[in-house]
Design a protein around this ligand. Structure first.
Ligand code: DON
Length: 310
């Protein structure tokens, strides 16, 4: 694994330069109207290493809507809170369907395929709302602690936009409730889920906040345990098989890192034993993954030889 980071800043700049003008290949998410207003030309990358280095290029310090990347943090909180009971209510298999699909959920009696598709993340949101007296606050303070930054905020405009265009997520939640797999009231579950999705963070903050997954569950800076080594392994396994949705197979094939995308255009990739890469560029491909963000992670992983399958 590469340890010398002296030429990393130049490498990151070169990767960004090579991706300029490629954003016409994707489309900014518009099913959440507030996201459609984001400038598609933003482009950033940040690398945080477990030995404390943080290097970035482009818009690496500009906050963006983390969207589905929040599902990783929600999952860790739910695993910490209810342990293996979680796996009675949600599976750990790739879905082979779009992230917001409802079809499989009926066939499979309200048990979501995995915790990072929308159905699974809503299930996790239910675990959090029914096990915390103030789950939204608990989530925000978890993020602030992990990133060591009390300025991390909820983008109220994105939240409101999601709430008023959230019929599909409501349908997923009500369908699971009909199978007795949701305990809290649906509006409360949706409110928690939209809150965590509308948190705004930069590439730099996200990369730093996920270092524990590259370090067997231990925050390498504070030396605090964020989750067990076994759960860090499990989250990374789920991100490898499902984090890039129906492009996860191709991503494993070509890049070889546990990763999670969000429709705000962010992508995070975990490099166990080394660190975390976070990229941001709003235009998405048809799977809901950032076109340029995926290219940037792929380019860096190849150049540094970071695949976990080597
Ligand atoms: O629920 C939704 O559809 C969004 N709040 C999150 C979806 C998302 O980010 C999928 N990721 N690529």
């Amino acid at each position: 694994m590469i340890k010398d980071i002296s030429n990393l800043p130049a490498k990151l700049e070169a990767l960004l330069t090579a991706q300029k003008n490629k954003n016409s290949e994707g489309k900014v998410a518009d099913y959440i109207p507030a996201l459609a207003k984001v400038d598609p030309n933003h482009m950033g990358i940040s690398v945080a290493t477990i030995n404390g280095n943080v290097i970035g290029a482009g818009d690496s310090q500009v906050p963006f809507s983390i969207q589905s990347i929040s599902k990783v943090f929600g999952l860790v909180m739910a695993m910490n809170r209810i342990g293996d009971d979680l796996w009675q209510r949600v599976n750990m298999e790739p879905s082979g369907q779009p992230f917001n699909s409802i079809i499989q959920l009926e066939w499979e009696k309200g048990i979501p395929r995995n915790p990072v598709i929308n159905a699974g993340a809503l299930l996790v949101a239910d675990v959090l709302t029914s096990n915390y007296s103030a789950s939204k606050l608990a989530f925000l303070s978890f993020m602030r602690t992990l990133a060591s930054d009390d300025n991390i905020f909820i983008d109220k405009k994105v939240y409101q936009s999601e709430l008023t265009h959230g019929s599909r997520n409501a349908a997923l939640a009500y369908l699971m409730k009909s199978f007795d797999n949701i305990q809290s009231d649906i509006p409360e579950v949706l409110s928690h889920y939209f809150t965590q999705c509308s948190i705004a963070m930069s590439c730099q903050q996200l990369a730093k906040s996920l270092l524990f997954l590259a370090n067997k569950g231990l925050d390498p800076i504070s030396q605090k345990s964020i989750c067990s080594a076994r759960d860090a392994h499990r989250v990374n396994a789920i991100l490898s098989t499902s984090g890039m949705y129906d492009q996860s197979g191709e991503f494993a094939f070509s890049v070889g890192l546990p990763a999670k995308s969000g429709v705000g255009g962010g992508v995070v990739a975990i490099v166990p034993g080394y660190g975390v890469i976070c990229t941001w560029s709003p235009p998405l491909n048809t799977f809901g993954n950032s076109v340029i963000g995926t290219n940037l992670v792929s380019g860096l992983a190849e150049e540094l030889g970071l695949s976990i399958y080597h």
